[in-house]
Design a protein around this ligand. Structure first.
Ligand SMILES: Nc1nc2c(ncn2[C@@H]2O[C@H](COP(=O)(O)OP(=O)(O)OP(=O)(O)O)[C@@H](O)[C@H]2O)c(=O)[nH]1
Ligand SMILES: [Mg+2]
Length: 220
């Protein structure tokens, strides 16, 4: 793991907006009571598309394109050498928590050349999950910097790839120079239960920050 956060710089964040909306999200009487928008961010190849796909109760929208020679020497493929596609616009999925809270998930593109999308995607978001891979922690620096500067609540979720060394959350917090209040979790982006726990942590963290109460029955 490496430590200090520096280059490259994420885009200038737009002003924050409120991520929650009341009332049925799908317009029906039986629709969810509250709809929340959550971003799934982090560096190239950390598992954002995988996480959205793992938890989504609808068929996720993906915008995958084949990795081309343009990536060579630009993207750090160490640890994700088998990766053949990358997100070029966004991922989209939805999950309904037990008490009628619908979460709309927006996965961001990880490649630096698509970072200009972040301001658009983060409009109205309650918060963000920043996924990280301990083999390439630097890949997630820009996302952390972006949400810190924007003032968007976020949690850091380390996607524990089978081949990667294991670190304790406190070691990861130090390596990423995170504020003490930012939750750090370990997860497996391929598994719905693990991914859902990360989302619940983020919702609870965001509600704590806005002085709200815990989402009743939100646990998986
Ligand atoms: N072993 C293992 N592989 C994973 C895990 N999560 C994702 N992968 C694999 O890692 C690769 C990268 O996953 P993606 O979900 O495409 O990553 P991404 O963050 O969306 O990538 P970009 O959109 O290109 O930035 C894929 O080949 C996944 O199958 C994991 O938890 N463990
Ligand atoms: Mg992706």
């Amino acid at each position: 793991m490496s430590s200090a956060r520096s280059e490259p710089h994420p885009p200038e964040p737009d002003a924050p907006t409120d991520g929650a909306s009341d009332g049925p999200a799908d317009g029906s009487a039986d629709g969810p009571r509250v709809a929340l928008k959550i971003l799934v961010a982090g560096g190239f190849g950390v598992g954002k598309t995988t996480l959205v796909g793992a938890v989504s109760e609808i068929r996720p929208l993906r915008t995958e394109e084949a990795l081309t020679d343009v990536s060579v020497g630009v993207d750090d493929l160490d640890g994700v050498a088998a990766k053949t596609t990358t997100t070029v616009a966004m991922d989209f999925g939805r999950i309904t928590l037990r008490d009628g809270v619908a979460i709309y998930l927006f996965g961001t593109p990880g490649q630096e050349r698509f970072w200009f999308m972040w301001n658009e995607l983060s409009l109205g978001a309650l918060g963000a999950v920043v996924l990280a891979d301990t083999r390439r922690l630097t890949a997630s620096f820009a996302s952390i910097d972006y949400f810190e500067r924007k003032g968007t609540p976020f949690v850091v979720a380390v996607n524990c790839f089978d081949e990667a060394d294991r670190y304790e959350p406190h070691e990861i917090r130090t390596a990423l120079a995170l504020d003490p209040h930012v939750p750090v979790l370990l997860c497996d982006a391929r598994h719905a239960t693990s991914a859902k726990e990360v989302l619940v942590s983020l919702v609870e963290h965001a509600l704590r920050l806005v002085g709200g109460s815990r989402v009743q029955g939100a646990h998986p």
